[in-house]
Design a protein around this ligand. Sequence first.
Ligand code: ADP
Ligand code: MG
Length: 254
Amino acid sequence: MLEKPVNEAPLADVTPPRLEIRNLHRSFEGRAVVDDVSLRVMPGQVTCLLGPSGCGKSTTLRMIAGVEMQDSGQIFVDGKLICDTVFRVPPERREIGLMFQDFALFPHLSVADNVAYGLKGSKADKRARVEELLVRVDLLRFIDGYPHQLSGGEQQRVALARALAPKPRIMLMDEPFSGLDNRLRDGIRDETLAILKEEDTAVLLVTHEPDEAMRMADEIALMRDGKIVQQGAPYNVYTRPIDRASVAFFSDAN
Ligand code: ADP
Ligand code: MG
């Protein structure tokens, strides 16, 4: 008879989330802006923090990036604690890529130097990684160009390449497409998604636009007044809003 191994859980059961936040809390002037927020993002997945302006999305992202300190709660990456109220890994060692609407390219640096900005290593290694990424975002022809020679959508793709260059474990994106022309936006969203999936990073995308969340997310966390009020697959969140305020949010946005 075959012997059955005991106490061996299948590998899938022990894979920790790439990013996990537990009971994150932040107040400003006595007002809770982020109120007991918990979230998980698995590798290769896009989780979208969706909610109206002012509900606390950017503050949540800033705490994960490490540029804002929480009052209480913990942040874990691959199951390891990176921040609570006594222990804190500094932002530059969190292996987190950032893409913000106003996170502009450096105008005085070439496209290649913009993408290479956060990279370490030999000149040849850096150049190879820059070329690889510019091929991926389909902008290799602009490698020696400058930001002002590119369209808004092209600049956004360079910003994506720059954020991905150091191979971040997690990508935080705060309304990254809201500065773009309507005509360009859908195409760029789809391209960005394809690139992020290839790189297998975990993405936390912040937006106030239900359309964007529906198009890009594997999971939506709906936020209101500092709290996550509903979480689930996009279709479920959209078709079964949890209360009147959520119905209003989805219909106002259209
Ligand atoms: P969102 O990104 O969802 O629009 P934010 O996280 O930027 O929301 O802001 C949530 C609330 O917290 C807003 O009311 C904002 O004015 C307030 N807030 C954010 N940062 C600060 C700060 N440094 N000091 C005081 N209030 C702040
Ligand atoms: Mg914001």
